[in-house]
Design a protein around this ligand. Structure first.
Ligand SMILES: [Zn+2]
Length: 85
């Protein structure tokens, strides 16, 4: 795991004051990566689950950039409640 990837994502997004768009990609049920796309220039960062979790924590502290609170849903291990779908 390379924590510097998290630094790169934060530096890029926070340099513009943006929240990245998050997609979860799974090769199989237990082999998932997170792709954070910059809404400004479209560049992508691929993060492991551990890196993404760190990015979420860092973003929660910063509050103004990183990954948006809405994207936290991505890593929720529970199915979305029917009322919200
Ligand atoms: Zn960008």
């Amino acid at each position: 795991m390379d924590a510097r990837q998290v630094e790169q994502v934060l530096a890029h997004l926070c340099g513009k004051g943006l929240f990245g768009d998050v997609r979860q990609w799974c090769e199989s049920r237990y082999d998932c990566v997170y792709v954070v796309t910059c809404p400004d220039c479209g560049c992508r960062f691929v993060l492991s689950e551990a890196e993404f979790n760190e990015l979420v924590e860092r973003s929660a502290v910063l509050q103004v950039c990183g990954v948006s609170p809405a994207s936290f849903e991505v890593r929720t291990p529970y199915p979305r409640p029917p009322l919200l779908s």
